[in-house]
Design a protein around this ligand. Structure first.
Ligand code: HEC
Ligand code: HEC
Length: 263
């Protein structure tokens, strides 16, 4: 099965065409009607989660395939075995991976290829985080596949989009900005933010906006991964190092709010 589809060579033009095609099927995000107009994205971090709809299925890949890099967790993992191992993760990542702390990422519904890849990167010390690295260090390769398929099978839930930011975020998400070489995020992360599990592109649906902002900043300043080949740490990572550098702080805030509301 073709699992990997690096898009580093795809042109911004192609991507915005894909983005435009996806427009027709795009749903509006969940929006907080109770929130005030100038509420920052993190302000309602204590409000209760919304029920999510739909499974975290992959959308079609817009690119050609290349060989797999890590073993396929969908083939090797057991969600049942993963459930036992994942209990310890709930303390930060929330019940069934629906994080209730805005700085800790949601894992529920994230695709297993991406989860497994990130756990290997933490374990290898390429993605550095003092809280997460010791957690990954205790997992065997089989544990990683098991927890990856467990979290991928959970239903994502999360906070709503901020009413004052999500519309600008939606425009960027769908169309990008061709003049500055920013492709629409929709091309890879999908019209509902469900990512592309065949290619290992992460889901952004219902992701904590505070976490999304921090990761876009980390890509932009080159610190998401460390080591001599930081920007090419994964088959696809160079894509985001390039894109995030071109985003303004306002765009990062807006698009993070939009994806947080996607279901
Ligand atoms: C003590 C808190 C804590 C615990 C427990 C924890 N994590 Fe994490 N995890 C984090 C933090 C914080 C991050 C974000 C790190 C960063 O910003 O780079 C993270 C990130 C991740 C990511 C990357 C998500 C993404 O979208 O890129 C994965 C995958 C992950 N954790 C899996 C797990 C698994 C599996 C377990 C249980 C074995 C676990 N975590 C336990 C705090 C924790
Ligand atoms: C050409 C495909 C592509 C496009 C277009 C794209 N992304 Fe990504 N994105 C990826 C891939 C692949 C990754 C995983 C990279 C890695 O391995 O670190 C990713 C990772 C991310 C992450 C980190 C997710 C996490 O859980 O840590 C965020 C946030 C993100 N992208 C936001 C965006 C935004 C916002 C846009 C539009 C401005 C965008 N992406 C456009 C492919 C893409």
């Amino acid at each position: 099965m073709a699992r990997r589809a690096p898009l580093a060579t795809a042109s911004a033009t192609l991507l915005s065409v894909v983005g435009a095609a996806a427009l027709a099927t795009l749903a509006a995000p969940a929006v907080s009607r109770a929130g005030t107009a100038d509420q920052p994205p993190a302000a309602d971090s204590t409000s209760s989660n919304q029920a999510a709809a739909g499974p975290a299925t992959a959308t079609g890949s817009p690119a050609a395939a290349s060989p797999p890099v890590t073993p396929d967790p969908y083939a090797d993992g057991s969600a049942q075995a993963g459930a036992a191992k994942a209990a310890v993760c709930f303390s930060c990542h929330g019940p069934n991976g629906n994080s209730q702390n805005p700085v800790w990422p949601r894992l529920a519904g994230q695709n297993a290829v991406y989860i497994a890849e990130q756990l290997h990167l933490f374990k290898a010390g390429v993605r550095q985080n003092p809280v997460m690295q010791p957690m990954a260090a205790g997992l065997t390769d089989q544990d990683i596949d098991n927890v990856a398929v467990f979290f991928a099978a959970q239903t994502p839930a999360g906070l709503e989009a901020d009413p004052s930011y999500w519309k600008a975020g939606q425009a960027l998400y769908l169309n990008g900005d061709a003049e500055r070489g920013v492709p629409g995020c929709v091309a890879c992360h999908g019209p509902l933010g469900r990512g592309n599990s065949a290619a290992g592109y992460p889901a952004l649906e219902a992701q904590q906006s505070v976490y999304v902002v921090s990761q876009l900043q980390n890509y932009a300043n080159g610190t998401r991964y460390s080591g001599p080949n930081a920007t090419t740490a994964t088959a696809n990572s160079v894509i985001m190092f390039d894109i995030a550098k071109r985003l303004t702080p306002e765009e990062i805030r807006d698009v993070a709010s939009y994806v947080q509301g996607l279901r």
